[in-house]
Design a protein around this ligand. Structure first.
Ligand code: HEC
Ligand code: HEC
Ligand code: HEC
Ligand code: HEC
Ligand code: HEC
Ligand code: HEC
Ligand code: HEC
Ligand code: HEC
Ligand code: HEC
Ligand code: HEC
Length: 336
């Protein structure tokens, strides 16, 4: 037991001797003496305490470094005014001197292992004022553990991009999680996303926006639908109340539908009669407006006048007469 210390010391001395020999012989081979160390950039900023600098990271993570050098974020490394020159890796990964010594994963911040809100804060340290991140903290993505790194690959290694820009790639990124939404786009009547003519981000802002369901806004504060369907925008002299109040989804399924015109019902009249029929037993509510916020079962809109004989096929096709179902400039009954 007690004799074990002796060979250990011997082994240490032997190793030391070998190391010393290797050092000396290596030095002997360097015939021209090494030039005096010069700083790489004359005015290289001093590293903050606890920080190792990006060159240190490069020694062990060269592939990431080289790929990162092509990314827009590399400006953080080179631009002295941002406060992270020569230590940009650590702008996201935190002080890395300890990890650079130990090479131990637990000594460094890995954003992919943080919760979504924590990872978001790493990014928002710089991106807080991006208009693109408007309301980011409130969006369903933040609440439901989808952080920035899940959609943005910082280093661009493994073929992933910092930002998906191609239509098909954005759609497949979104579809990879929103499988049921993508299924709706396979229905017969839909916007042409599978064909690559549009993207989810034409209608939604993945960073959230100030409308429900992260809908993009156009013209200030209106749903993005008007950006492409501007004829539905008005302002009309005679509005059709639900277009303004409930929005397009009162009658349409924008992700796709089995019904022509992406309507919520197979026939136009059933869409109309959801609101324009006295389907609720008993007397109608005193004021049609009183029930606007309620379900669609009662006669929210006016009941069609008595001459509308719905058994008569002539009256079944409501939009034959009420052509301007999205609003009219001239007729309160939306006929012209
Ligand atoms: C001496 C070599 C070495 C240096 C220098 C080094 N790393 Fe590492 N790093 C490693 C090794 C090895 C691993 C893998 C550890 C593991 O998987 O257990 C690693 C892992 C990481 C991880 C992933 C951690 C995780 O939880 O998965 C990050 C992030 C990282 N390094 C960033 C950095 C940054 C930033 C620097 C510069 C400040 C740096 N490294 C410098 C060797 C190094
Ligand atoms: C703008 C923020 C940011 C900067 C700057 C940054 N990283 Fe990262 N890094 C991340 C995020 C986010 C992840 C986790 C997600 C991923 O793997 O893409 C990560 C993951 C890593 C990993 C572990 C995963 C892997 O791919 O092996 C290493 C190692 C790493 N970074 C090293 C570096 C080095 C070295 C630099 C500087 C050249 C650097 N990072 C600069 C954000 C950053
Ligand atoms: C130290 C500050 C800083 C941090 C932290 C930071 N970024 Fe950036 N980011 C920048 C700068 C600077 C640019 C380049 C802006 C420009 O080109 O105008 C940029 C650009 C981007 C871009 C846009 C690239 C393009 O093509 O338009 C994305 C996406 C991005 N960052 C995502 C992230 C994510 C995700 C994180 C967190 C993992 C993050 N950033 C953390 C400073 C930062
Ligand atoms: C990593 C998985 C993932 C990816 C990728 C993803 N989402 Fe989400 N998304 C979620 C989760 C989880 C929720 C919250 C639960 C829900 O409402 O379904 C959500 C919610 C939403 C919502 C509901 C509105 C809100 O703010 O809560 C919209 C809209 C949305 N995502 C659009 C998109 C778009 C557009 C893309 C592509 C740019 C995308 N998502 C990519 C997982 C993802
Ligand atoms: C659900 C996926 C998703 C999440 C989560 C996400 N982004 Fe994005 N981001 C995108 C997509 C898709 C684009 C490209 C948008 C486009 O071109 O329409 C983008 C674009 C950007 C841009 C480029 C500027 C622009 O508007 O084109 C920046 C910067 C950015 N994101 C930062 C962030 C930051 C910071 C976070 C976290 C706070 C984040 N993103 C979270 C999907 C996402
Ligand atoms: C033509 C515009 C449009 C396009 C394109 C679009 N959406 Fe939507 N999306 C909407 C509208 C409008 C709502 C709100 C529906 C409501 O309020 O009932 C919505 C709701 C959502 C929701 C929340 C409710 C739900 O149905 O789960 C998610 C998630 C969503 N969209 C994801 C996506 C994804 C992913 C894509 C791309 C594959 C996409 N959307 C493409 C308009 C669109
Ligand atoms: C980026 C432009 C764009 C946006 C945004 C957009 N649409 Fe469309 N929409 C189109 C195009 C283009 C068509 C033509 C049909 C096609 O692509 O086959 C269409 C068709 C339609 C149709 C069916 C028309 C028909 O004749 O069958 C409806 C209904 C519709 N959109 C509703 C909406 C609603 C509701 C929204 C908002 C939630 C919206 N759209 C947002 C471009 C857009
Ligand atoms: C009150 C129900 C209702 C609302 C609300 C509604 N629509 Fe429609 N929409 C219809 C009906 C019904 C048709 C089919 C008309 C026909 O068959 O003649 C239609 C047809 C369309 C068409 C294709 C034909 C055309 O007129 O261009 C588009 C595009 C459209 N709607 C977009 C929208 C948009 C965008 C909104 C939101 C601003 C919206 N709709 C709100 C009922 C509605
Ligand atoms: C989501 C409920 C809803 C749907 C669906 C709906 N409407 Fe309406 N409609 C209303 C409301 C509410 C008014 C305003 C009633 C009022 O001002 O008293 C209205 C007004 C009208 C008016 C004008 C009458 C008046 O008194 O101002 C006509 C005509 C009309 N709708 C026809 C239709 C047709 C045709 C359809 C089917 C394409 C339809 N509506 C679908 C809710 C709806
Ligand atoms: C043959 C043409 C025609 C058809 C088809 C038709 N309407 Fe009408 N509708 C009218 C006329 C004309 C008026 C205006 C009556 C008046 O001047 O008082 C009217 C008025 C209305 C009003 C306003 C009632 C009020 O008192 O404010 C509603 C609501 C209405 N129609 C709904 C419908 C619905 C729902 C359908 C389909 C089931 C439909 N209409 C089909 C011609 C038609």
């Amino acid at each position: 037991m007690s004799s074990e210390g002796v060979p250990a010391v011997n082994r240490f001395l032997r190793l030391f001797a070998i190391a010393a020999f290797l050092c000396c012989s290596a030095a002997a081979q360097q015939t021209p003496p090494p030039p005096p160390a010069v700083p790489k950039t004359p005015a290289a900023p001093a590293l903050k305490t606890g920080y190792a600098g990006s060159d240190a990271c490069k020694v062990c993570h060269e592939e990431i470094y080289n790929s990162f050098a092509k990314s827009p974020h590399f400006t953080v490394e080179t631009d002295k005014s941002r406060g992270w020159a020569a230590q940009s890796c650590e702008a996201c990964h935190g002080p890395g001197a300890k990890h650079a010594d130990s090479a131990d994963a637990k000594d460094i911040r890995q954003p992919a292992k943080l919760t979504a809100p924590e990872a978001d804060h790493v990014c928002l340290a710089c991106h807080l004022n991006n208009t693109t991140s408007f309301g980011r903290i409130m969006t369903g993505h933040a609440k439901e553990t989808v952080g920035c790194p899940q959609c943005h690959s910082i280093h661009g290694t493994g073929g992933r991009k910092l930002v998906e820009r191609k239509t098909a790639e954005i759609n497949s990124q979104c579809a990879s999680c929103h499988i049921s939404v993508w299924a709706a786009f396979q229905k017969p009547y839909k916007h042409r996303l599978p064909e690559g003519a549009m993207t989810c981000t034409d209608c939604h802002n993945p960073h959230a926006d100030n409308m429900p369901q992260s809908m993009r806004v156009s013209f200030g504060n209106e749903p993005t639908c008007f950006r492409c369907h501007s004829d539905k925008r008005g302002p009309f002299v005679f509005e059709h109340a639900p277009v303004r109040l409930e929005g397009c989804v009162a009658c349409h399924e924008p992700h796709g539908s089995a019904n022509p015109r992406m309507l919520t019902r197979a026939q136009v009249r059933f869409v109309c009669l959801e609101c324009h029929a006295n389907t609720k037993p008993g007397p109608p509510p005193a004021s049609p407006l009183a029930s606007l916020g309620g379900t669609k079962l009662s006669n929210i809109g006016q009941t069609p006048p008595a001459f509308h004989n719905l058994l008569n096929p002539q009256f079944q096709n409501c939009t034959l007469c009420h052509v301007k179902v999205h609003g009219s400039y001239v007729d309160g009954f939306l006929q012209r």
